[in-house]
Design a protein around this ligand. Sequence first.
Ligand code: FMN
Length: 161
Amino acid sequence: MPFDHRQFRDVMGSFATGVAVATARDAAGRPAGVTVSSFTSVSLDPPLILFCLEWVAETWPAFRDGTHFAVNILAEGQAATSSRFASVRLDRWAGVEYREGLHGCPLLTDSVGWVVCRKETVHEGGDHAIIVGRVEALESDPTRAPLLHFRGAYGRFDRAG
Ligand SMILES: Cc1cc2nc3c(=O)[nH]c(=O)nc-3n(C[C@H](O)[C@H](O)[C@H](O)COP(=O)(O)O)c2cc1C
């Protein structure tokens, strides 16, 4: 390869994204959640979305084994929530406010919006699983602004033009 991992990360990190927390229930019924910026819409009809998750992620079994999952779109005040669901040495759910959505999928309080999906397909994408879901329920709050992520830092949306 004519470039290294650092360069790849730097270039891809130049693509500003929103930040989301993908959630599910593990086999024991406990909530599982992980921060992802790889969330995107795929298809309008049928309504499909995807996110990518490292095969080695501790939360992978919950998404592998479950039939449904949710993706929570974080608001600008939720940078700490993003860090919490990306950290390893922590009980991620301690003190986190959420409610149960369709099929028991955890929906985080104060997000910009969420989708609940039936798991449609899982594709191999190198060292990540590409998890495709068919949206069964969704909601967004037009009064909230999103949390953004750019070159390893959090920011907020500023209208241009
Ligand atoms: C802003 C942000 C975006 C991230 N996006 C992804 C992603 O799209 N896919 C992924 O596998 N990990 C992503 N991560 C890293 C995971 O959140 C992190 O590795 C987490 O510790 C994995 O948790 P787990 O091993 O408990 O599943 C992201 C982290 C941050 C802070």
